[in-house]
Write a protein that binds this ligand. Structure first.
Ligand code: DCP
Ligand code: CA
Length: 481
């Protein structure tokens, strides 16, 4: 007990009353200091940063924290922001040491980094491979465990409908996959673009323990399990699943007894297991042969190609996305053909149910391969195939390239292309690539290209990506399976 710090008011960062922070705060109080819980410009005399917890190499995060705690103008303040080593050294030497050697310089990041590194064990900076194209990743990533665990966390948040958290994880994973050196500590992780404090801490925990406690907690939580169960029903999203949980539903039987289900949700319940199972690639190929065979009866010029994960080379697919088109055909012509196809596949027994037909260019269905075709999949049995989710996407001939890009995905790859278009003053969607033309206050979209997939990419200044190269890998569970 001394009066070493008498009259001084310390703001601790992190501001918690636990662990090391608690011990240091007690040390300060025992020597006469007062602790502030927020920054009072007139009263706080020192900001004491735990440089082992708060990454001081990333000044932005620290500045954000300080702002949150009330320090509005960092440039104007005279209050020193120092490493907590200053406090420890003062106590150990029983004198009020100058802060200069311990200052974290928030105005000059490079100078700050040098000072901080003299306080902490020097750590190598993660090396991001900048030669990689968007979506590409380093081979044999040294951070694969972290990537896998973070992917699982993202999946938990997706199940719970927390879109902003999913996005944060995707960004972090995206960067981490491009790092060619091991990222083992908080301070290394926080230096990466797209990695904030919460995820940086998790990367450190995973690296240390090969495990993440929060993931276990989330997976074990009753709420998450029910969200997963209910969202597994076709036609049920986050909002409905949450509502049902709030209403006390605890099982699929509870849901079956509801009187307010849509037709699609009833089908979702009926085919719950089948539609939650991924479809082997070999089976998708037989569906393609079968559908083309049936289409030939309607009009031999119609072509059906599977897009989505199948076209990207996946070993298993969530559903089968047929892109249906015909040379020179308009949407109207295709719709007439589609009506004929529906009759044909209904009669043949392939079409089990229709989920939606009201969207004019889409037919969403459940379909089963007839026994003779199903036998082609594994050479066994004489049974009907499982009911699979099969979508027919009608595409006018002249929009084929844009539609191919859109329906091939993956969705992250598409987002990147759309962003690229935006940067070039253009708009990309499933019908074409358009230039934005301003007419005074009005804005209109002028078609640049829609038929040629390769041309669209080249107009966007993106090198040609084979479909297999469009797996961003962030969420492509099919790819791992
Ligand atoms: N798509 C998109 N944005 C979305 C949804 C879809 O760009 N929000 C595009 C890209 C997808 C394609 O449509 O690759 C097909 O969508 P799916 O949901 O069927 O996704 P995948 O075929 O990629 O994966 P899965 O194997 O799970 O079906
Ligand atoms: Ca698909």
């Amino acid at each position: 007990m001394t009066s070493l710090f008498l009259g001084l008011k310390f703001l601790f960062i992190p501001n918690s009353k636990a662990g090391v922070s608690k011990i240091r705060q007690k040390l300060a109080v025992d020597h006469g200091a007062q602790i502030c819980s927020a920054f009072g410009e007139t009263s706080t005399t020192h900001v004491l940063v735990d440089t082992k917890v708060v990454l001081t190499a990333n000044t932005e995060a620290l500045i954000r924290t300080l702002k949150k705690l009330g320090l509005r103008d960092i440039a104007k303040t005279n209050v020193p922001v120092v490493g907590q080593e200053w406090l420890v050294q003062c106590v150990s030497k029983s004198e009020l040491l100058p802060t200069a050697n311990y200052t974290i310089d928030l105005a000059r990041p490079s100078a700050k980094k040098r000072k901080v590194s003299s306080l902490r064990k020097a750590e190598s900076r993660p090396i991001v491979d900048t030669t990689l194209e968007p979506g590409e990743k380093v081979l044999d990533s040294p951070n694969q465990t972290s990537v896998d665990v973070l992917n699982e966390m993202a999946e938990q948040h997706r199940i719970n409908g927390e879109a902003y958290k999913v996005k944060a994880y995707r960004n972090a994973i995206d960067t981490l996959q491009r790092v060619s050196t091991p990222v083992t500590s908080y301070s290394q992780a926080i230096q990466l673009e797209g990695v904030g404090p919460a995820i940086a801490k998790k990367i450190e925990e995973i690296s240390r323990t090969h495990h993440l406690r929060q993931l276990d907690v989330s997976k074990g939580s009753r709420h998450t399990q029910l969200m997963k169960l209910f969202k597994g029903i076709y036609g049920v999203g986050t909002v409905i699943a949450k509502k049902w949980i709030d209403e006390g539903m605890t099982s699929l039987d509870d849901i079956k007894n509801r009187t307010d289900l849509t037709d699609a949700q009833r089908l979702g319940l009926q085919y719950y297991d089948e539609w939650n199972e991924r479809i082997p690639r070999s089976e998708c190929t037989i569906h393609a042969e079968y559908v083309q065979y049936m289409l030939n009866r309607v009009d031999p010029l119609i072509e059906a190609t599977i897009g989505g994960s199948y076209r990207r080379g996946a070993k298993t697919c969530g559903d089968i996305d047929f892109i249906v088109t015909k040379p020179d055909a308009t949407m109207e012509a295709l719709q007439a053909d589609m009506d004929n196809l529906i009759d044909t596949i209904k009669q043949a027994g392939y079409l089990q149910c229709i989920l939606h037909h009201h969207v004019k260019n889409k037919l969403l269905t459940g379909c089963s391969l007839p026994p003779l075709w199903n036998k082609k999949v594994d050479g066994q049995g004489e049974e009907w195939g499982k009911c699979r989710r099969v979508d027919f996407l009608l595409v006018p001939w002249k929009e084929l390239g844009a539609a191919m890009i859109y329906f091939t995905g993956d969705d992250e790859f598409n987002k990147k292309l759309r962003y690229r278009a935006q940067k070039h003053g253009m708009v990309l969607n499933g019908t074409g690539l358009y230039k934005i033309v301003r007419d005074g206050s009005k804005e209109r979209h002028e078609l640049v290209e829609s038929f040629d997939e390769k041309k669209i990419m080249s107009l966007l200044n993106v090198k040609w990506h084979e479909p297999e190269q469009r797996n961003t890998g962030v969420f492509d569970i099919a790819w791992n399976g």
